[in-house]
Design a protein around this ligand. Structure first.
Ligand code: BDP
Length: 325
């Protein structure tokens, strides 16, 4: 039995070495989510497409489960070229790249279809291009469903119920103000600290989509979910500019095309996972409040828009998004 294990381990290492050798260069990509999560699988799919397009020259290895660090740190490392690629929410870019604040505005998108229409078109390209001033190359947007509040204390049936409660948000001033405008208190912190912070009562809850709420285990410690759907923030797949500049023009084109192709893979995986995650948390006894009047939430966001949508450029982005049918 023991010898079999050793043999299996040996064979695995040989085949791993074989796979690595087949590629001239393996790009390292970071993701906070666990193996099997749609974003992780989509970047793996991109890797396969890229390997094919470059005749085996370029591959991607996805370091999932925050192996390379929490998002803010991995973003910096990607800017420095220590990490080649990163799949992150747009949220942690908000304080650095003003354009990313616009698709991160609460209730800016009417639906996921509306978000797709906007981000697949010229507005999406404009926002991707904004990354190039920050040592990054924006490659594609991925889905992240809609984000809603969950907590350990009580069912939230109206905006008034949020009053005085403490919620974790991503590290973005915009989200701190969003929660404040709803009458609650926001605590920005890395994703990896949320579970224990809810468990120990440092915060009452957080906000996220079904797949993250489920895969992070947050549903185990925060059993009340209210589908107010305040955010539909897309995710970004970005490459370090240093890495990108080190590629030939053909390879750069292959990277861009492979990233775009992986978006379609991602959308299928996402739809299936959203449903599976919802089923899992409901089966675990989570109380899901679906009947919630969003009008007061939307109205409360006026000062947030006023604070963040300041320049002509940002105003025009908002107007164009709202005018997209
Ligand atoms: C998830 C995003 C992930 C973020 C996380 C968060 O996919 O990139 O790190 O939310 O709330 O939905 O920090």
């Amino acid at each position: 039995m023991k010898r079999r294990h050793i043999l299996a381990a040996l064979l695995a290492s040989v085949s791993l070495a074989g796979a690595a050798q087949a590629c001239e260069r393996t790009l390292r990509s970071s993701d906070t989510h666990p193996d099997g999560y749609p974003t992780v699988e989509a970047v793996k799919a991109m890797g396969k497409i890229l390997e094919e397009k470059t005749g085996g020259k370029l591959c991607i290895e996805v370091f999932h489960s925050a192996q390379l660090g929490q998002e803010k740190d991995t973003i910096e490392q990607t800017q420095f070229g220590v990490i080649d690629m990163n799949r992150v929410s747009l949220g942690p870019f908000n304080n650095m790249i003003p354009e990313t604040q616009i698709p991160s505005l609460p209730y800016i998108f009417r639906s996921t279809e509306h978000m797709h229409k906007v981000m697949d078109g010229p507005i999406g390209e404009e926002i991707l291009a904004a990354f190039s001033d920050h040592d990054l190359v924006g490659l594609a947007f991925y889905d992240a469903g809609s984000r809603s509040f969950y907590n350990s204390q009580k069912p939230i049936n109206s905006m008034a119920d949020l009053s005085g409660m403490k919620f974790r948000v991503m590290q973005s001033d915009l989200f701190v103000d969003m929660v404040g405008a709803l009458g609650a208190n926001a605590t920005p912190m890395p994703y990896g600290e949320v579970y224990s912070s809810i468990q120990t009562g440092v915060i009452d809850g957080a906000e996220n989509n079904y797949p993250s709420y489920e895969s992070s285990g947050h549903f185990e410690v925060a059993k009340y979910l209210t589908l107010d759907q305040h955010l539909i923030v897309p995710e970004i797949l970005a490459m370090s500019k240093k890495t990108y500049d080190s590629l030939s023009a053909d390879e750069q084109a292959a990277v861009r095309a492979a990233a775009k192709e992986s978006v379609l893979v991602m959308r299928d995986l996402w739809a299936a996972r959203e449903k599976a995650s919802e089923d899992k948390v409901r089966a675990a006894g989570v109380e899901v409040i679906t009947d919630i009047d969003k009008t007061p939430f939307i109205e409360a966001m006026v000062p947030v828009y006023q604070k963040y949508v300041t320049s002509d450029k940002l105003k025009s982005l908002v107007e164009r998004i709202q005018a997209t049918k």
